[in-house]
Design a protein around this ligand. Structure first.
Ligand code: LP5
Ligand code: MN
Length: 250
C-alpha cells in the first residue's frame, strides 16, 4: 500500500450537529482500508470536560474510531483549545494515541510539523493568558475533581465569554502572528507546518531562512473547520494536499 496519511481538525462535534458526525463516519468508512494513519489535530469535540462523562455521541465516535483503527490505520489525537481535557481513557476507547501539541513527522527527506495552531495566535493576549491557566496541570487536576455539573457550568460560562469576546476581537488578532510562524520553522527545522484552529483553510507559501542561512521556500497548510464542508489534508507518498467535501444538512 502507498504511504497515505490523513489529517483533520476542528470538527467541533456535539449532539446538535448530526451532519458533522455523519460526514465524519462516511469519511472514516471511505478511508479505513486505504490509509496508514489519521491525525486529528485538535477540536474533534465542541467541548470536553473529562473522560468520566461521555455522552452518546462521544461514545459513538469512540466506537467508530476504534473500528477504523482495527482496520489498520493508526489514530492520533492532538488536543485543541476545546478538548484539551481528553485523556488516555477516552483515547484508549478510540484505539488512539494522544500526541503532544507540536509533533514532527517525517515525509521522505523533509519534516512536517503538526500543531493545533492556537499557540501561533500570540497577538491574542487574553487567549494566551487563558491558555496558560487551563493547560496548567494543577488547574486541570482541580477542575477534574469538581462534579460533572460544576464542570459543565464552568465550560458553558467559558464558552459564553469566549463568544462575546471573539465577536469584539479583530480578525487579525485572532489569526496567526507571522513572526511566530517564521520562528517555528526555524526552531523545528521543517519546511512545512500543518495546523487548524483559525478556520481559515489555505496553503501559504513563504520564504524562510534555513540552518545555513540560505533562503528556502516553505509551506504553512491550514485545515478548515467542518461546517458546510469537511476539510482534510492528505500526505500521499510525501505530497501534501488540502481537500474538502460537502457535508449535507438533510
Ligand atoms: O473557542 P472559540 O473558537 O470561541 O475561541 C477560541 C478562544 N476561546 C477559547 C475558550 C473556549 O471556547 C472555552 C471552552 C473550552 C472548554 C474547555 C473545558 C472546560 C474549561 C472550563 C474553563 C473555565 O479557547 C478565544 C480566541 C479564539 O479561539 C481565536 O483564537 O480568541 O479566546 C478567548 O475568547 C479567550 C478570552 O479572551 C478569555 C477567556 C474567557 C474564558 C473565561 C472563563 C470564565 C469562566 C467563568 C467561571 C466562573
Ligand atoms: Mn481550536
Amino acid at each position: 500500500m502507498p504511504d497515505r496519511r490523513l489529517f483533520i481538525s476542528d470538527l467541533h462535534i456535539d449532539c446538535s450537529r448530526p451532519e458533522i458526525v455523519t460526514g465524519f463516519f462516511q469519511f472514516l468508512d471511505k478511508n479505513k482500508n486505504n490509509c496508514n494513519a489519521l491525525y486529528i489535530l485538535g477540536d474533534l469535540f465542541e467541548v470536553w470536560i473529562g473522560d468520566d462523562t461521555v455522552s452518546d455521541v462521544e461514545l459513538n465516535v469512540s466506537e467508530k474510531l476504534c473500528e477504523f483503527s482495527k482496520c489498520g490505520p493508526s489514530v492520533y489525537i492532538m488536543h485543541g483549545n476545546r478538548d484539551f481535557l481528553i485523556g488516555n481513557d477516552y483515547a484508549k476507547r478510540c484505539g488512539a494515541t494522544i500526541l503532544e501539541d507540536h509533533h514532527i513527522i517525517s515525509t521522505g527527506d523533509e519534516n512536517l510539523l503538526l500543531l493545533h495552531g492556537d499557540t501561533l495566535c500570540t497577538d491574542d493576549a487574553e487567549y494566551q493568558q487563558f491558555r496558560a491557566l487551563v493547560r496548567n496541570r494543577n488547574w486541570q487536576e482541580d477542575f477534574l475533581s469538581k462534579t460533572v455539573e460544576e464542570r459543565r457550568t464552568f465550560a458553558q460560562k467559558a464558552r459564553d465569554k469566549s463568544k462575546s469576546e471573539t465577536s469584539l476581537k479583530s480578525d487579525s488578532i485572532m489569526d496567526v502572528n507571522q513572526e511566530e510562524v517564521l520562528k517555528l520553522f526555524q526552531r523545528y527545522h521543517v519546511s512545512k507546518i500543518l495546523h487548524g484552529h483559525t478556520h481559515r483553510p489555505a496553503i501559504h507559501e513563504l520564504k524562510v531562512k534555513s540552518k545555513n542561512l540560505s533562503t528556502q521556500t516553505a509551506q504553512r497548510i491550514v485545515l478548515g473547520d467542518w461546517d458546510e464542508k469537511g476539510w482534510w489534508a492528505e500526505l500521499y507518498n510525501d505530497r501534501l494536499s488540502l481537500k474538502s467535501f460537502p457535508l449535507s444538512n438533510d
